[in-house]
Design a protein around this ligand. Structure first.
Ligand code: NAD
Length: 469
């Protein structure tokens, strides 16, 4: 086995001995080893983060913002190395809305967060009563992340926490530790010691982080099942929680929508990061009058989107990141086929491209109740469901215990009226999944609770203090 590494960044993270072998998602060849930290390492990291916190908070907002800006600049300097590592470990291509885009989002989010100010609020100022609500750091934040957008989601958790004066211990997914550790390594060229610490461990380390007495707040992004464990853990340390959990976003295409005009938006809404995205379009409800047109237009877009090794600039779609996810996608497609789904395109593994490649798969003529519709596929397959009454489409969109995102496509006014009836944290109109550092983002129902981004995101990593008098 070779330990060949392609980037100096990767070289400098290699443990002296041992470690977890990480495979290239496209070629399944080893790309390096990630340290395997233990629960004892976590305890040490939390103690160091605790010791560093008062000094970091004492720097004040202006200085911390300056440092976050400098961190963003440093990430930009390393952008190509980071993107290449991310592409190999996660699988997403360099090109398209993928690896370079993700690294770019990291520095963009840091800069936007650095510039965001959480002002104190005078809540009562009358009849001799003056009360002001302000916010201060919580203390030590534990950040636990998934493998799909490992760098960007880590930054979503880290940036507001540091901005408010907390220190942060990050536990990346065991599937994508190198990307996150490399990112932290670059950030730590700028930050003071122990303000930001990575602990690369498995689920036990995650569970310990979530319930540890040395943690004041847990930012968690991952599956709904793990989110429930995190809530249980917080019974021990009373840590505050932000839970960004799984989604099963519905899209509703209204009568009158132009299939050709919306097809590319629908495609990327569903298949950004080859479908491995929390707020991706995961079930599409299309009005009977334009159903065939939308299916055909989506198939036409699919035909011109190349999939393959992410380091090849031609590709905009990559492999599934891991075998477990590949198996989930394969099972759901087989089940849909067995139960009468019409495979429009794709439908079987693309083994000619590599072990974990599954082509974009459109499955038409399915209905609610099918596993592919009701479960989160988290991969390159989209069920397309026909409806004839908008009330039914809204009921379908709302019937599952998930509420991260949704979208409505068609005439804007008609779409707005439908959006007002949809139970999701974000409802996009004529697009799906776009996020912005100043627009609050978060789920409802089984998709979790708490908001990230903008001023609301800063509040989420702070504790309130009322001065009354
Ligand atoms: P996962 O829940 O399996 O793992 C996420 C993280 O939790 C990993 O770091 C893992 O090691 C850790 N973990 C596992 N068990 C734990 C425990 N008992 N206590 C503490 N930590 C534990 O999720 P995943 O498979 O990595 O990610 C895919 C899921 O994440 C999908 O459901 C997707 O929708 C969701 N997701 C949500 C968002 C969002 O913003 N809402 C974003 C990305 C992904």
């Amino acid at each position: 086995m070779s330990n060949a590494t392609t980037t100096p960044l990767l070289d400098r993270m290699q443990p002296a001995s041992g470690g977890r072998v990480i495979l290239d998602a496209a070629t399944r060849e080893p790309i390096g080893r990630a340290p395997e930290h233990t629960v004892a390492d976590l305890d040490d990291a939390l103690a160091r983060a605790r010791a560093a916190q008062p000094g970091w908070e004492a720097l004040g907002h202006e200085r911390r913002s300056e440092l976050l800006g400098a961190v963003a600049d440093r990430i930009d300097e390393y952008a190509e190395q980071l993107a290449e590592l991310l592409s190999r470990e996660q699988g997403k291509p360099l090109n398209g809305p993928n690896a370079r885009f993700e690294v770019g989002a990291c520095s963009a989010w840091l800069r936007a967060t650095a510039a965001t100010v959480l002002e104190p609020e005078v809540v009562v100022d009358s009849d001799g009563v003056h009360a002001e609500l302000s916010y201060r750091a919580i203390g030590v934040v534990g950040a636990i992340g998934p493998w799909n957008w490992p760098m960007m989601i880590a930054i979503w958790q880290i940036a507001p926490a540091l901005r408010m004066g907390n220190t942060v211990v990050v536990k990346p997914s065991e599937y994508t530790p190198l990307s996150v550790l490399a990112l932290l390594d670059v950030m730590n060229e700028v930050l003071p010691p122990d303000v930001l610490i990575g602990v690369a461990g498995d689920r036990d380390v995650g569970a310990r982080l979530a319930s540890h007495p040395g943690v004041d707040k847990v930012m968690f992004t991952g599956s709904t099942a793990t989110g429930r464990r995190i809530i249980e853990g917080s019974a021990q340390n009373l840590a505050r929680l932000t839970l960004e959990l799984g989604g099963n976003d519905a899209g509703i295409v209204l009568p009158g929508a132009d299939p050709a005009a919306i097809a590319e938006g629908l495609f990327w809404g569903a298949f950004i990061n080859t479908g491995q995205t929390c707020a991706a379009l995961k079930r599409l409800y299309v009005h009977d009058s334009i159903y065939d047109g939308v299916v055909d237009a989506l198939a036409a877009v699919t035909a011109r989107m190349p999939m393959g090794n992410g380091l090849d600039e031609a590709n905009v779609l990559g492999p599934l990141q891991n075998q477990l996810q590949f198996d989930i996608v394969s099972r759901l497609v087989e089940d849909a086929r067995t139960n009468g789904g019409r495979v429009v395109t794709g439908g079987a593994p693309a083994t000619e491209l590599g072990e974990l490649f599954y082509p974009i798969t459109l499955i038409a003529d399915v209905s609610d109740g099918l596993a592919l519709v009701d479960e989160e596929q988290f991969g390159p397959v989209l069920p397309i469901i026909r409806y004839s009454d908008v009330d039914d489409a809204v009921a379908s969109a709302n019937r599952l215990d998930a509420g991260l995102g949704a979208s409505v496509w068609g005439d804007r006014d008609a779409a707005l009226a439908v959006a007002a009836r949809v139970h999701a944290g974000t409802v996009w109109i004529n697009s799906h999944g776009g996020v912005h550092p100043m627009i609050p983002f978060g789920g409802v129902k089984g998709s979790g609770y708490g908001l990230e981004f903008g001023v609301e995101g800063l509040k989420a990593v702070s504790v309130p203090r009322v001065i009354n008098g």
